[in-house]
Ligand binder design. Structure first.
Ligand SMILES: Cc1cc2nc3c(=O)[nH]c(=O)nc-3n(C[C@H](O)[C@H](O)[C@H](O)COP(=O)(O)O)c2cc1C
Length: 320
């Protein structure tokens, strides 16, 4: 039976990869480990709920292939793929010997960091991931290199926009040369003027990232004005799929962002923590059975910060 939500469930092709629908689980640190039984079961449940693409949480590049081993990653990938979802993983730029801001980084630290992204991507490829996503958003280290507010370097990695985006482009190029043409390269970016750069600068960054091999832009966070309004300029100006995120677990917001052409894919974060079966229940018209996120931020962001396993407080120990 046709429904107003059908637009969310149209398949979508990214290069050779066919996603079964437009819903993406965005990267969300779970505090469960990604190769533990608990962590793998978490991601299996999300995939079982029907999303098209799961992006596994921010994971330190320095850990991939070290304590996070390829065999564990293979188990994670197999569990998610067996449920019919595609799987990517977000790669988080690690500090070097405690140095964790652009100004403290030596040129050797930068070289090492690029190499870590490259190696991490190689391990992820071996494990069978469909894609990798450098975390260039939310004011973390890689994002800091792009922001003149945090990056005061006077060498070729600071100052002009060419210099501030150099690291991101070198990382994208390094990953692309490592993974070949098939695997999907995503990039998460926050286009916020309060970060010290303009939307035009964000567009220039993303345009150049695409030239360097990025296939999908993950634009986060969306502002509260209209769903996906921060994704829209990227969708309009650039010829790659764009993911919008931000309270899209409210059906009308997700539909509006797609229908009005502000994005190609919709990421639902806290809404999937509240109810991993969001997609399946919507497809089956069981909307009243969805455990709707109340955006109270207790079990998700609260537990994230206190180091406890992330879990919606509405579950209260039940198996959802
Ligand atoms: C518990 C939790 C962990 C998160 N971890 C990450 C992360 O690892 N990487 C990232 O880019 N964003 C992270 N986010 C942000 C989400 O990916 C998403 O952008 C945000 O929750 C907004 O979407 P929502 O309104 O649908 O929840 C996290 C959010 C939550 C709630």
């Amino acid at each position: 039976m046709a429904s107003e939500y059908d637009i969310l469930f149209e398949p979508f092709k990214v290069k050779h990869m066919m996603l079964r629908n437009r819903i993406v689980c965005p990267p969300m640190v779970t505090n469960r480990g990604i190769t533990t039984d608990d962590g793998i079961e978490w991601y299996r449940r999300i995939a079982n709920g029907g999303v098209g693409l799961v992006i596994v949480e921010a994971t330190q590049t320095a850990r991939i292939g070290e304590d996070i081993k390829v065999d564990g990653l293979k188990r994670l990938v197999e569990a998610v793929k067996a449920e019919g979802a595609a799987i990517a993983i977000q790669l988080f730029m690690s500090p070097v010997d405690g140095r964790n801001n652009p100004n403290a980084f030596t040129i050797e630290d930068i070289r090492l960091s690029i190499d870590r992204f490259k190696r991490a991507a190689a391990v992820c490829k071996e494990a069978g991931f469909d894609g990798v996503e450098p975390h260039g958003a939310h004011g973390f280290l890689l994002n800091q290199f792009f922001s003149p507010k945090s990056n005061r370097r006077t060498d070729e990695y600071g100052g002009s926009i060419e210099n501030r985006m150099r690291l991101a482009l070198e990382i994208a190029n390094a990953i692309r040369s490592e993974i070949g043409g098939e695997m999907i390269l995503l990039y998460r970016h926050t286009p916020k003027e309060s970060n010290g750069y303009t939307i035009d600068e964000s567009l220039t960054l993303c345009q150049n990232l695409i030239k360097a091999g990025v296939d999908v832009l993950d634009i986060s966070p969306a502002s509260e004005n209209r769903p996906g309004d921060l994704a829209e300029p990227f969708k309009r100006a650039l010829n790659v799929p764009v993911i919008a995120v931000g309270m899209m677990g409210i059906h009308e917001r997700a539909v509006e962002a797609l229908r009005e052409g502000r994005a190609d894919l919709i990421a639902i974060g806290r809404g999937l923590i509240a109810d991993p079966q969001w997609v399946q229940k919507t497809i089956e018209g069981r909307l009243g059975e969805i455990i709707a996120c109340r955006y109270c931020n207790e079990g998700c962001f609260g537990n994230l910060r206190s180091g406890k396993p992330v879990e919606c407080i509405q579950h209260k120990g039940s198996k959802q």
